[in-house]
Design a protein around this ligand. Sequence first.
Ligand code: GLV
Ligand code: MN
Ligand code: MN
Length: 415
Amino acid sequence: MKKNMHVTGDRLWESLMEMAKIGATAKGGSCRLALTDEDKEGRDLFVSWCRDAGCDIKIDKMGNIFAVRAGEDNSLPSVMTGSHLDTQPTGGKYDGVFGVLAGLEVLRTLKDYDVKTKHPVEVAVWTNEEGSRFAPAMVSSGVFAGVFDLEYGHSRADLNGVTMGQELKRIGYDGNEEVGGRDLKAFFEAHIEQGPILEFEEKTIGVVTDANGQRWYEITLTGQEAHAGPTPMARRKDALVGASRIVQEVNRIGFDNEPNACATVGLLECRPNSRNTIPGEVFLTVDFRHPSDESLSRMDGQLREFAEKVAKEQGLEMKFEQIWYSHPVKFNDNCVAAVRKGAEVAGYPHMDIVSGAGHDACYINRVAPTGMIFVPCENGISHNEEEAATPEDLAAGCNVLLHAILDQAGVVEES
Ligand code: GLV
Ligand code: MN
Ligand code: MN
């Protein structure tokens, strides 16, 4: 590696701010739900930047984008980095976007320094990481890794019944490359931590060793719609009363499985949602996280038992479905070491850390040696328009990414 080679933090920052204008929200965040017009606009901007950096663009049948920078020997497997450009409805400027644009900044830096790598280097944008518009999360990196098949990916539908396959066509990102056909030497994902630990410990870099497993559920409770005035309390089948007991229990299960459990009901639809009609139907989602499969099974058992009891007691019909199980992940030792070495060489304070959030890297880890780099975010807040990170920390994470990529891709010549 060339002496003192480093990324240009200002350029990375400017690109982040430019991307954030697409779908900008009132409180300073971004809303680019997967496969909407805003997502298309963000993708188009990324593609144009990558073409300017001298890359070839490939798009697969799940709309995953790969910006490829040729290496000395293009028959060798690529070293890939990347993340996602889709956001939560009230998303921030950095979740996912940092990992994509840090990859772009590495490509631009390699061009600036006229560095040729042995292996090709690629930056990936994975479709629908968030799982907010289309559940589950990480669906297209999941198809890439063979966890889901293409038909499953294309048939994921939003709450209005519109599928990913339809939306990929509509926005023109239904590419023709087979999904998962790319041979990878290593994959790295840079991301904001989305939790408070690095900031609290005053570390610039998190060397991610593991990631939480997740189990997602959908529950529909059906009771009976009835008039809020004449219907005596004892004769009601109120679906929302049942749902509210489940919400409380989910929270209790989280506390019960501490220190590492998280348990959330993030989406609840009450039907017909009229103030003087007793709710006849409620749809709700449950999100459980834990670094151990064993604890996730325990949480699963606790939820099932309680939900059945509530349905019986409240006289409700229940449809209970686990729609997703992403197992806990241990990242590749060599990639973790490359990230740690990158932080050491660049002189950044660092620590090992476990990811609480899910990431595309969790699925890519199944088909390629994978590692992740975290940087702090203010007060650990994410999935929030006010999500914040400093230009210095983001540049530091990007420098570590540059080191890790060069470590794996190898440098051919230094002019
Ligand atoms: C992805 O954002 C997740 O829910 O972890
Ligand atoms: Mn993310
Ligand atoms: Mn997210």
